[in-house]
Write a protein of this length. Structure first.
Lengths: 391, 634
């Protein structure tokens, strides 16, 4: 038992773990060329084990594609480092002024590791496009999707019943919350190509109702893309069931958006609009874009400023406010942060990045601890060195 | 003896300085300095023509001078003057650098040992060149060296052509010698021409000769407005600093809308005529008129434009580069002979070189109105500056020349890198919106780059330790200990700066896109440096590695830092795309291999170490085994 404790608190383990992190980060950077940032992040840093494969498209790729290097992932290394650090402090460190620098650095580090974990688990990022003069009360994810049933019968508001797309496993039956309906996924594609059937190709389709039948839409599955500037066309065939009776099978896809006529499910007394779309986050307030500015350096196309003047109207009118959102100056509001992310539509639409990250303050705190610790630690070394030189 | 050594070292340093100052002066009856300071709007900034001339020449020739076939050396502004005003002469100057002319497969072009070609020499091959250009890979990052060379020549020719048309339309002598008349007859034609044009459109009777003359002008200036490269015509006063300047063609076209013709246009025409007729007096008075007008319109900008011209001419980084070589040599000689005096003289030259380096850095900050690092080029300049600063501090404490030698080595190498990065053109460009934050540029970027300086300096010191220890004979325990202390101190420093810089970067990212950490390649690179520093420090504190192992780790630090600095920019991903580059890949790989070899050398068993220090360690290592052997015999 004691030797196990010795092992976990040893500096040798620290050095080994740090070296492994170095290797992990290096390969986790290289693989971004293949998989893009998001997927690599999941593979390398939000995992326990990862295997690097020599990329096929790199120079000499055909000959070296067999090379595989397994390595511990970010969760494993981060967790081990955390244990190592805590064990070392229990085992060796006595709190003293001489060690206070190291102590501060290490507590900052622990806080940083925890905040990264919190961000991984809790942070939600989405985007909110708003037209000049228009308003919006929701933001959209850009990777996650949801299957929704919308009841538009109420004159003042719609009710939306949503199921995350990640739950759409073929064969599985899910009750749609607060409705008499349930669904069974017949087929699910993480990415697909969708088109009209031409006379040459067979218009065979599993769908029995909705747009797919009406317009003769066919689906060709495609491998998922990890590129940052492409989106996955998530597509599914969903059978809708009321009680024990099947109402039919619909084709839904996130490219079949507002431009398409809505697909309706008639459930007797009520009818629902069915759609698969990027996950929406609704808020109890509306953002109105008053003016968007896109300024360039004179004589060039190089932008030097994007800014959006917005007005926030909350259901609770005491929380109303106006704000100017521009580069490096986000709006923090109700636990959300709105960043100027992009623009579209000939500078008439501003796109905000909306981030909910409950732990956003933790890195700042940890930074403070580490900075203080470093100054204390190296300051002490430096003055000791100066003293030696003088003598 | 002492005095002579000082005199020699300082004498050489003075020669370097004088050489730098002298090359910036040009003898001519024409007031070239005033011409070089005429304003042009490039990349959102007002610059002197001198900067444009230098950058264009750098891109075409890779150097800031032209040597004609007769052996006459021209300064960039002299070349620019000829290019725009005596194109028939400029076309004979060899300004297109072609590294491997034989590879092009153009029969008759390549001449033995010739790397620079004139426009006239390339002219017969223009069709062939554009055909070859049509066949190369359209994606620049996937091009082979051969394809890259074709693309470079083609782009060079286009640039040459466009810069030539910057000040006025180009034509034969009969046109260039009568530019002022041409503009006048154009102005006189406009009103009548417009009337005739309307008549023609309305189907009425019109004067075909008059209309034809008018349309010829319009067509010609329309073409000029798409060709002319430089925006040399400021808007009429009062001036809004955010307003676009026009190029000559556009200004001439806009006269048709009823705008008055800018006096800048006619002034350039008169200037050209004066230069062509060799009338220095007329030229100088026209230049001064232009200059006075600019000062009146832009009173706040003239001093900066003037300063930029002077800064261009002084080339402070070039001078400090030469001084760094001098220092390095002086220190190396001092280890063989006259240690005290030579090392001391070298130290003072190092301080001088550092001051000149600092002057260059501050000048760039003043000209650009920005913190020191805005792109890869300026980061290279800064890495060298930081390393020299640290080297001076080390030298102050240890006084053995080691700090000075290694600092000058790093300073020299980084300035060479900067020199090569400058080949791509303007190094004082504007920042993209997300990077446009002086506060973060001044803190995060400066601190993290200073971290690079420290790690590189520590790596250089470690390399010295290994080379002296393995190959030198006089390297003893004391030198080893002081070198170890230096490396340790500098790495502490480097780790501190890298950590603080990385964290500040995280805060910036949180402020600008809501993610403290995004695993972006550049971020990862910075984190790798911090971890490398942490590995070194823990290995040292835990006694896991001894001197040798620590030196090997410090050399690995070089690899990590080079990866973070350049390698990550070569990956086609990420948000930090401010310093993207497609070449230099081979250099990076070469550097990494060299560092790996040095690391391996550091790990050689003690018996291969020739130095006193190495042999002592070898004996120490052998002792226990000898004792064991004796025990077994007994």
């Amino acid at each position: 038992m004691k030797s196990l404790f010795q092992f976990f608190s040893s500096l040798k383990l620290t050095v080994v773990l740090l070296s492994l992190s170095l290797i992990l980060i290096f390969f986790g950077t290289l693989d971004q060329v293949q998989y893009g940032i998001w997927h690599t992040q999941e593979l390398y840093f939000e995992s326990f084990l990862v295997v690097w494969t020599f990329p096929e498209h790199a120079p000499l790729g055909q000959h070296l594609h067999w090379i595989r290097i397994p390595m511990p992932g970010g969760y494993l290394l981060g967790g081990m480092l955390l244990i190592n650090l805590l064990a070392a402090h229990f085992n060796r460190f006595k709190l003293s002024w001489a060690k206070c620098g190291i102590f501060l650095i290490h507590s900052g580090l622990i806080l940083l590791l925890i905040s990264e974990l919190m961000t991984d688990i809790l942070a939600v990022e989405s985007q909110m496009p708003v037209d000049e003069g228009g308003t919006s009360n929701y933001s959209q994810g850009f990777r996650e999707n949801e299957l929704v049933f919308i009841d538009r019968s109420h004159p003042e508001h719609d009710s939306v019943h949503a199921i995350p797309a990640s739950l759409l496993k073929p064969g599985k039956r899910i009750n749609v919350p607060n409705t008499p309906l349930s669904i069974r996924t017949v087929r699910y594609h993480g990415n697909a190509e969708i088109g009209r059937a031409t006379s040459g190709s067979p218009a065979e389709s599993i769908a029995t109702r909705g747009a797919a039948v009406r317009m003769g839409i066919i689906v060709n599955p495609k491998p998922e893309t990890y590129s940052e500037d492409e989106i996955n066309t998530v597509t599914a065939f969903v059978e809708v069931i009321k009680g024990e009776d099947s109402l039919g099978t619909w084709l839904v896809s996130n490219v079949m958006d507002e431009r398409f006529p809505p697909q309706m499910v008639d459930a007797g007394d009520r009818s629902f609009e069915i759609a698969l779309r990027f996950t929406r986050h609704y808020y109890p307030f509306e953002i109105e874009l008053i003016d968007f500015k896109h300024e360039k350096y004179p004589g060039t196309e190089v932008p030097f400023n994007f800014s959006s003047e917005v007005k926030v109207t909350h259901q609770d009118s005491t929380k109303n406010q106006k704000a100017l959102i521009y580069m490096n100056h986000p709006l923090r509001y109700e636990g959300l942060t709105f960043f100027q992310a992009s623009f579209a539509n000939q500078d008439k639409t501003s796109i905000f990045q909306v981030v909910r990250n409950p732990g956003w303050l933790l890195p700042y705190l940890s930074v403070l601890l580490m900075g203080l610790g470093m100054c204390a630690q190296f300051g002490m070394h430096f003055f000791k060195f100066l003293g030696k030189q003088r003598r | 003896m002492k005095k002579i050594i000082y005199l020699i070292v300082f004498g050489i340093a003075a020669l370097v300085l004088l050489g730098g100052l002298r090359s910036s002066k040009v003898d001519s009856d024409f007031d070239l300095e005033a011409f070089a300071e005429l304003p042009v709007q490039v990349g959102g900034r007002i610059k002197p023509l001198d900067s444009v001339a230098r950058n264009t020449l750098l891109i075409l020739s890779g150097r800031q001078k032209v040597v004609t076939d007769e052996g006459v050396t021209l300064s960039p502004i002299e070349w620019f003057l000829d290019l725009t005003m005596r194109p028939e002469l400029a076309d004979t100057y060899p300004v297109f650098k072609i590294e491997f002319p034989d590879d092009l497969g153009l029969v008759g072009l390549a001449e033995q040992g010739q790397r620079y070609y004139s426009f006239n020499e390339l002219l017969p091959y223009s069709e062939e060149l554009s055909r070859l250009h049509g066949e190369i890979n359209p994606a620049p990052e996937l091009r082979s060296p051969y394809e890259k060379q074709i693309a470079d020549i083609n782009n060079g020719l286009i640039r040459y052509h466009r810069v030539m048309h910057s000040l006025h339309p180009i034509g034969g002598a009969e046109r260039l010698d009568r530019l002022v008349d041409e503009y006048q007859s154009y102005l006189a034609t406009i009103q009548a021409g417009m009337v005739e044009l309307r008549k023609q459109q309305a189907g009425q009777e019109f004067d075909p000769a008059l209309l034809k003359r008018f349309i010829t002008f319009a067509d010609d200036y329309l073409k000029l407005s798409t060709t002319a490269h430089l925006r040399v015509v400021p808007p009429p006063p009062p001036v809004d600093p955010l307003e676009d300047w026009k190029n000559i063609g556009l200004e001439l076209l806009d006269v048709m809308k009823g705008d008055p013709l800018s006096p800048y246009v006619t002034s350039y025409a008169s200037l050209t005529m004066a230069y062509r007729s060799d009338d220095a007096e007329q030229f100088n008075s026209e230049v001064n008129e232009l200059r006075e007008r600019f000062i009146a319109d832009f009173p706040g900008d003239i001093s900066r434009v003037h300063y930029e011209r002077v800064f261009n001419a002084l080339q402070p980084f070039y001078i400090s580069m030469q001084l760094y070589v001098l220092i390095f040599l002086a220190v190396c000689i001092s280890w063989l002979r006259w240690p005290k005096e030579l090392a001391k003289a070298a130290f003072w030259v190092l301080v001088l070189a550092f001051l000149i380096h600092t002057f260059g850095l501050l000048s760039r900050m003043y000209i650009q109105g920005r913190p020191p690092i805005t792109n890869l080029y300026s980061s290279a300049v800064f890495v060298g500056w930081g390393a020299v600063l640290l080297g001076i501090l080390i030298e102050k404490f240890f006084k053995n020349g080691i700090g000075a030698a290694m600092a000058s080595l790093v300073g020299f190498c980084t300035l060479i890198i900067a020199h090569h990065l400058a080949m791509t053109g303007d190094t004082l460009e504007m920042m993209r919106a997300v990077l446009d934050s002086n506060f973060w540029l001044a803190t995060h970027v400066v601190i993290i780059t200073f971290g690079y300086s420290a790690i590189f300096l520590a790596g250089a010191l470690a390399i010295l330790f290994v080379l002296l220890g393995v190959f030198g004979s006089r390297f003893n325990k004391d030198t080893a200990r002081s070198l170890s202390a230096m490396v340790y101190g500098i790495i502490c420093f480097g780790t501190l700066f890298s950590l603080v810089g990385t964290i500040l970067g995280g805060i910036w990212a949180d402020q600008s896109w809501g993610r403290f950490w995004g695993w972006d390649p550049k971020e990862n690179g910075a984190l790798m440096i911090v971890i490398m520093g942490a590995i070194y420090l823990h290995a040292r504190w835990g006694g896991i590695c001894k001197e040798r192992g620590l030196m090997a780790l410090a050399i690995c630090g070089n690899i990590i830092t080079a990866w973070s600095w350049f390698g990550t920019n070569m990956l086609p991903v990420g948000l930090h795309s401010y310093g993207r580059m497609d070449s230099a890949y081979a250099w990076l790989i070469g550097f990494v291999i060299l560092q790996l070899v040095l690391t391996a050398t550091a790990l050689l068993p003690w018996r291969f170490w020739r130095s006193e220090f190495g042999q002592a360690n070898y004996r120490k290592e052998k002792k226990p085994s000898l004792i064991a052997a004796e025990d077994s015999e007994a």
